[in-house]
Write a protein that binds this ligand. Structure first.
Ligand SMILES: NC(=O)c1ccc[n+]([C@@H]2O[C@H](COP(=O)([O-])OP(=O)(O)OC[C@H]3O[C@@H](n4cnc5c(N)ncnc54)[C@H](OP(=O)(O)O)[C@@H]3O)[C@@H](O)[C@H]2O)c1
Length: 414
């Protein structure tokens, strides 16, 4: 039987206000917002002041409130709110990927211990129902991989650079003006946000809880016009791709810009849109796309979680039992393109083997195989005159005993 939901809402910003509006237009769901907790006492609000409190315990200790919806932009405060609410036996909905990814196992324990639902569809790819699909539709289909464009701001920037030939700084400023980029853009452009989301997706797809800082990530902040020109000439687009892939009994997981050919499902995912491709052992490939951010798209995912709570739905994390022997593997060998200045000798780049090398006064690049774990400790990742892009689909586990011979170095026209 459907439960009547009395909601305590935390946060009344982009998503919180969106949820308020969406609930106003949703009939048939027995849910109402009882109180709203916010931070700033001086802000003008478009709904009556009687709704608001600035004391979280007024909501958390209110026995008539049975659902907490956490939509604030402070991950530490969010964890305090969410863990307190779960301990009080209240169902919780959140969209806070940073908070969830950083406290995944503690939150899982609290759900088990207090037998309460904690749902967070809006935290990964906003309007795209990917987590519940991984939990329910793919519950028995073992997956080979999940990959996607999971950050709308970086995709907006890359699309604008590609379509309009604008440079990175100009497009980043435009994304900020339009409200696509976070006020601290490093979270988006350096790949942190994509890494949090990938950590959530990997837990539901493969049952592995990998701490975000263990996941290799490399963002788009050092991209230049010459990388875009190179991609265009080869018929590729550049997209920031989050990828978790099973390789034997291991799971490789990374966030890195990648050349995407025209026949790839992600090629036409442009601007602030997200796209996720899931590959199952039996079901083969499926592709989901939709708005990955924004007030109403995110609120619609939160609404769906609230509705799921009304019929007592909880995540079961079934893959944690089915994939019990899967190990996380950081030593992933993949083909990368690296653009670098002539002041850096090729021999000091972290390549294990080189397939192509090109030098000209305008552009130097090499393409070859790199171990992501080695690259992760390279100082070149922080240099703004160096840029790495995944240049092929194939990946393997780096066998440290194996020597990969250098292939012929040759020059190609640009
Ligand atoms: N925006 C998106 O497109 C999107 C998409 C997916 C997921 N999310 C996630 O959704 C969450 C909310 O994002 P948003 O874009 O709605 O943020 P936002 O527009 O910046 O709004 C944040 C809200 O949180 C409130 N707040 C901050 N600290 C608080 C505290 N300690 N106690 C109570 N209230 C507090 C703020 O209060 P005041 O109003 O008083 O300042 C504000 O109402 C974040 O976790 C974000 O990552 C956002």
């Amino acid at each position: 039987m459907k439960q009547k939901l009395n909601i305590g809402l935390f946060g009344f910003g982009c998503v919180g206000k969106g949820l308020y509006d969406v609930l106003e237009h949703t009939h048939g769901l027995k849910a109402n917002i009882a109180r709203i907790c916010v931070k700033d006492k001086n802000k003008e609000r478009p709904v009556p002041a009687s709704y608001f409190t600035f004391d979280k315990y007024e909501i958390l200790n209110d026995e008539t409130i049975n659902v907490i919806v956490e939509l604030i932009d402070d991950a530490d405060a969010a964890f305090e709110i969410v863990s307190y609410a779960l301990r009080k036996g209240k169902a919780v909905v959140s969209a806070n990927k940073k908070m969830i990814a950083e406290h995944f196992e503690e939150l899982l324990e609290l759900q088990k211990q207090f037998d309460v639902p904690f749902l967070y569809e809006g935290a990964a790819c906003a309007s795209i129902p990917v987590i519940r699909n991984l939990e329910e539709y793919y519950d028995n289909d073992l997956l080979n991989s999940i990959e996607g464009i999971v950050n709308g701001s970086t995709n907006f920037i890359l699309t604008k650079m590609y379509n309009e030939g604008k440079d990175y700084a100009e497009v980043l400023a435009e994304a900020q003006q339009l409200g696509f980029a976070e006020s601290n853009p490093a979270l988006d452009v350096e790949g942190f946000d994509a890494r949090y989301k990938l950590s959530l997706l990997a837990a539901h797809a493969f049952g592995l809880f990998i701490k975000p800082d263990q996941i290799f990530k490399y963002g788009i902040n050092n991209i230049s016009d010459s990388d875009i020109r190179y991609a265009k000439e080869k018929g590729f687009k550049i997209k920031l791709v989050a990828h978790a892939r099973k390789i034997g009994k291991s799971l490789g997981i990374w966030v890195i810009p990648r050349f995407i050919p025209a026949n790839h499902a992600l090629y036409n995912i442009d601007f602030e849109y997200n796209g996720v491709s899931v590959e199952g052992v039996f079901s083969d490939k499926q592709f989901f796309s939709g708005k990955g951010a924004g007030s109403f798209p995110t609120a619609s995912a939160v609404l769906s979680d609230i509705s799921a709570i009304s019929y007592h739905y909880q995540y079961e994390y079934k893959k944690t039992q089915q994939e019990a022997s899967l190990n996380y593997e950081p030593n992933i060998l993949m083909k990368l393109y690296c653009r670098f200045p002539s002041s850096i000798p090729v021999s000091s780049l972290p390549f294990e083997s080189i397939e192509q090398s090109f030098n000209s006064p305008e552009l130097n690049y090499v393409i070859g195989n790199v171990n992501l774990d080695t690259l992760n400790s390279s100082r070149l990742l922080d240099r703004d005159d160096v840029f790495f892009i995944q240049a092929g689909d194939e990946v393997d586990i780096r066998n440290t005993n194996e020597f990969v011979e250098e292939s012929e170095v040759f020059e190609i026209a640009f």
